[in-house]
Write a protein that binds this ligand. Structure first.
Ligand SMILES: Cc1cc2nc3c(=O)[nH]c(=O)nc-3n(C[C@H](O)[C@H](O)[C@H](O)COP(=O)(O)OP(=O)(O)OC[C@H]3O[C@@H](n4cnc5c(N)ncnc54)[C@H](O)[C@@H]3O)c2cc1C
Ligand code: SF4
Length: 327
């Protein structure tokens, strides 16, 4: 591990100042991702700014919905009575991730900001445009079993590894941010980005900004009665998604008033399935309708040498998630 300076911030403004002053400063929340990356030499901060003392832990109701402080742990969110009551999809997704020990440390902000699990990104002997821009992409012609089906570029085919974020994008959450110019809010679907020519950028957060909270809209509680998070992975614990599906239905009897669908493990960002959602609106629940929605969702999918199995796995997972949610 390289040596680095350590600062503990006691105010949000101070943390932002540290980021603005030092280009190689990194925020430390639960440390479950950052510290691993530092140990492996993937990230080499000159300063680590510990934000655990900042007042960003609260989970509280707002006039617009439920605000999750950026420092609330994954366990605190998944176990919170209001999350279980109004946003059970989020609790299911969080509990499908990592392990209880990790979820006790990992925070909301850190989960959004976690880096890809592409093996070539972690292996500093291999080319990787995300780790070293311009060095090439080891996965493109390599062992790309975990990689993307949608939205990839010739520079990067990695996927975002989060489970929590798949539920958040389906629920239309909003990310609240603070930086030197003040506060701003980003719809969840616009927070993470596709790799394009700049795969080193995972999201639209400026490096001088920090996430203060994520807000779940009150309207998303309409889906609380019919949800499912299906995660397909190599082991039943401690493994990232090959494909995951967040499904939520607002039903009037067997008629679908509205649907929310998103996938994980298939793109550089949590992948919302808008076309399938539009198709499902007003339809009657049936295997045939769900199969058609899954087919629509897969339009434009492109596989690589070792992840072709996902072309079958993903629509099957969508079908099963919708069937389970509607039951
Ligand atoms: C073995 C293992 C298995 C895992 N399995 C899963 C899984 O199945 N599903 C899943 O979703 N995740 C999984 N994870 C990932 C885990 O969820 C993340 O490591 C965790 O969410 C990161 O949160 P943290 O608070 O520890 O972040 P940290 O490690 O502290 O930080 C991560 C990044 O976020 C930045 N950051 C932190 N907080 C903020 C903020 N408020 N504003 C701006 N930037 C911030 C940091 O600077 C850093 O760059 C796994 C991790 C491990 C080690
Ligand atoms: S897929 Fe992305 S993260 Fe993986 S090696 Fe290629 S550039 Fe790096």
């Amino acid at each position: 591990m390289n040596s680095f300076q350590y600062t503990r911030s006691s105010a949000v403004a101070g943390a932002i100042q540290s980021l603005a002053k030092e280009p190689q400063a990194h925020l430390l929340a639960g440390g479950t991702n950052l510290v691993d990356l530092m140990k492996m030499g993937v990230v080499r901060p000159e300063r680590v700014v510990d934000i655990n003392s900042l007042p960003m832990k609260a989970i509280e109701k707002t006039p617009r919905g439920l605000r999750l402080g950026a420092l609330a742990t994954n366990s605190e969110v998944a176990d919170h009575p209001l999350v279980l009551q109004d946003y059970p999809l989020l609790a299911l997704a969080i509990n499908a991730g990592a392990s209880p020990q990790l979820r006790n440390m990992a925070t909301v902000g850190g989960n959004l900001m976690q880096r890809t699990r592409c093996n070539y990104f972690f292996d500093t002997t291999m080319p990787c445009n995300k780790r070293v821009p311009g060095s090439g992409c080891g996965a493109l012609e390599g062992y790309n079993r975990m990689h993307a089906l949608f939205g990839a570029s010739e520079h990067c085919i990695a996927v975002h590894p989060s489970d929590m974020c798949v539920a958040m994008v389906a629920l239309d959450a909003v990310v609240h941010i603070r930086g030197p110019k003040g506060e701003r809010a980003i719809p969840f679907g616009e927070f993470h980005r596709l790799p394009g020519d700049h795969p080193e950028k995972d999201n639209t957060l400026d490096r001088t900004e920090l996430i203060t909270s994520v807000e779940l809209p009150a309207t998303a509680a309409a889906f609380r009665g019919h949800v499912h998070y299906l995660k397909v992975r190599d082991r039943s614990s401690y493994a990232f998604a090959l494909v995951s599906v967040a499904a939520a239905l607002d039903l009037d009897g067997t008629t679908i008033r509205s649907a929310r669908l998103a996938m994980g493990g298939v793109a550089h960002k949590p992948w919302r399935l808008h076309a399938a959602e539009d198709f499902l609106k007003g339809k009657t629940v049936s295997d045939e309708v769900f199969t058609q929605a899954a087919t629509l969702a897969m339009q434009g999918a492109k596989a690589y040498q070792y992840n072709k199995f996902k072309l079958t796995l993903a629509p099957n997972a969508i079908l099963l998630a919708l069937k389970t949610a509607s039951a």
